[in-house]
Write a protein that binds this ligand. Sequence first.
Ligand code: ADP
Ligand code: MG
Ligand code: MG
Length: 251
Amino acid sequence: MLNIKNLQVKLEEEDKQILKGVDLTVEAGKVHAIMGPNGSGKSTLSYVLSGRDGYEVTGGSATLDGEDLLEMEPEERAAAGLFLAFQYPVEIPGVGNMTFLRTALNSQRKARGEDEVSAAEFLKLVREKAKALKIDADMLKRPVNVGFSGGEKKRNEILQMAVLEPRMCILDETDSGLDVDAMKLVSDGVNALRDEGRAFLVITHYQRLLDHIQPDVVHIMAAGRIVKTGGPELALEVEKNGYADILAELA
Ligand code: ADP
Ligand code: MG
Ligand code: MG
C-alpha cells in the first residue's frame, strides 16, 4: 500500500539533510510502528508524506497504491486515502466540529468522484461513530478543537479517522505527551479500525502504546534512516536496553 524507496529530504531553508534514504513498505491490513531516538527524522517523515511545506525531496520516491504521493497536493493525498493524525488538531474558531467533518468527508468523496453524503445521512453516521467512541453530542457542536482538553483532541482525532475511513493512517504520537488514558484512547481507536484493507503507521516513543496496539512490524529509525526492522519483540528490546545496543551493532 505505502511504498517508500530511498527517500531523501532536506530542509528548504537550510542546507540540512534530514532523511538520508528511508526505505519502508507497509502492506494493507498491517500495523507498522516506527520508534527511534529523538531527532532521527520520524516526524519529518510523516510531515513529508502529508505534504507539509518547508521540506525538499532530494531523492527517492513515496507511493500510495502505486500513485506518486509526492506529486499530490495535501488534499489529493487525503482523497487518495492518506490520513495524518496531526493533520487536523488545529483549532478552528467559528466552525462547528460536525460541519468541519462533513465538509472534509464530502470534499474527499467529491475528489474520488463519489456522491456527497446528505446532512441526514451524515448525522446518522457521525452519531453512530461518536457513540462508539463515547463522544458526547456537545463536543460535536463545539468549534473544532477550541478549548478541547488533550484527551478530547485525541478523541476527536480518532473520530475524524472513523468518519473519514482512510486506508493509510499515520499517527505521530511522539511529541504529544500521551498520558495513560490518551494512550488507551488511541490504541482502542486504532484497534477498532484495524481492517484487512487498511494499514497504520504508528510513530511513537512509547513501548507502552505498542503493548495496547500490538504492531505487526517494528522499525527503528536513526539518523534519517530505517536501521532495523523486526517484530514486536524489537520494541521490547528497545524498552529493556534503549537504542544503544542497536546503534552499536550498526557502527
Ligand atoms: P524525531 O521526530 O525523530 O524526533 P524530527 O523529524 O522532528 O525527529 O527531526 C529530525 C531532525 O531534523 C532533528 O535534528 C531536527 O532538529 C531537525 N529538524 C526538523 N525540522 C526542522 C526545522 N524546521 N528546522 C531545523 N531543524 C529541523
Ligand atoms: Mg522529536
Ligand atoms: Mg517527532
